[in-house]
Design a protein around this ligand. Structure first.
Ligand code: SF4
Length: 371
């Protein structure tokens, strides 16, 4: 299982109330969780469950599925039952699907009550149904679908507009004494998004779901989300994260996990410490780092592996790591826990590192360090 205790968190976490999305606690000091969203038609139960299984394997802890039609709503019960991780139904406008999702046993529902305000008593009914089933609600405010009233008031989707919208949406549930809520205020511009979450964090104690919406293709989206989440998490803001990429959802999960590990909010698993290479390098560092990364993929224990191009900083870094190589003169000095255990020809560096890593991993698992 995933570590309960953060490795060395970047900041004290903001104090927030706690909700439970299925077995996953969100807020109230719970570890920051990573979530994603399926891209399949939800009504295609087989394909959706297949993608959820892939997401689960990649480390995803909560999955959201869209529910735009009755066929999708009809599929929710089976999906919620068979999914290995809690399922959130994502619903716009249609109160009947909200009730269906709650009845189906979804772990949470994403819905903006402002959307359904015109059916006024429906908000009360949703609050009652959600309370009866212990189903939390995510209010998800998006720059792209901001309430017209607020767009007119602020001129565009400013941080203030997003926050006002979110707090107004929350108040519609609070009127019915429902507070089992988490909130997101997404924008595609990290600067606006960061400011919106800062303001929201100061004005309520709901747990927050971080997201940069429409972040873009993998490279750009990874950077936008990393920068924005880093800025917020380093101030203790954020309880669950979703990286949005125009890429397969398992990629979002990998990025999300790396962000949390980079900030010490989750214990690292494999970490490759490789030098950028320079004119002194006596080996192809990029290739070596890629090959070592590929060879150790899927390793569950927290292992720090140093891959260094020469003997200047090489031995020093390699000594600090659990395992490392410092290259020079067509050879690699292999270090384990700071000791040179062997020197091998360049062609044997990768396989030797992988071999030694497996030994250390086995030892760590026996010692229980990987739990
Ligand atoms: Fe350059 Fe050596 Fe440092 Fe790598 S370890 S960047 S090759 S000096």
């Amino acid at each position: 299982g995933l570590p309960e205790v953060p490795a060395r968190p970047v900041a004290e976490r903001r104090v927030s109330r706690q909700i439970h999305v299925g077995p996953v606690a969100v807020g109230g000091g719970a570890p920051v969780s990573v979530q994603s969203m399926t891209t399949t038609r939800t009504s295609d139960i087989g394909a959706t469950l297949q993608q959820i299984a892939e997401l689960t394997a990649s480390g995803c802890q909560i999955v959201r599925v869209a529910c735009p039609t009755q066929d999708d709503a009809d599929a929710l019960a089976t999906i919620a039952k068979k999914s290995q991780i809690p399922v959130i139904a994502d619903i716009h406008f249609q109160p009947k699907y909200v009730f269906a999702a709650i009845e189906a046993g979804c772990a949470a529902v994403r819905v903006n009550p402002g959307n359904i305000k015109q059916f006024d008593d429906k908000v009360r009914e949703i609050a009652r149904a959600a309370k009866d089933h212990g189903t939390p609600i995510r209010i998800g405010v998006n720059a792209g679908s901001l309430d017209r009233r607020l767009l007119e008031k602020y001129g565009k989707a400013t941080p203030e507009a997003l926050v006002e919208s979110a707090l107004w949406e929350a108040s519609l549930f609070e009127e019915h004494d429902f507070r089992d809520i988490k909130i997101s205020v997404k924008h595609n511009d990290p600067v606006v998004m960061i400011e919106a979450y800062r303001q929201l964090a100061a004005q309520c104690d709901y747990p927050l779901h971080l997201g940069v919406t429409e972040a873009g293709p993998a490279f750009q989206g990874t950077i936008k989300s990393s920068v924005a989440f880093g800025a917020l998490l380093s101030q203790g803001i954020g309880d669950t994260i979703r990286v949005s990429l125009s890429a397969p959802p398992a990629e979002e999960v990998k990025v999300g996990i790396q962000i949390l590990e980079s900030l010490g909010l989750r214990q690292r698993r494999l970490e490759i410490v490789s030098c950028p290479s320079c004119g002194r390098a006596q080996v192809d560092v990029y290739k070596l780092a890629d090959e070592v990364t590929a060879g150790l993929e899927g390793m569950e224990v927290p292992l720090r592996v140093a891959v260094m191009g020469c003997v200047v900083n090489g031995p020093g870094e390699a000594r600090e790591a659990d395992l490392g190589v410092a290259s020079g003169n067509g050879k690699g000095q292999i270090f384990v826990k700071g000791e040179v255990v062997k020197t091998v020809p360049e062609s044997k560096i990768v396989e030797t590192l992988i071999e030694e890593a497996m030994k250390i991993a086995e030892q760590m698992e026996q010692d229980g360090a990987g739990s």
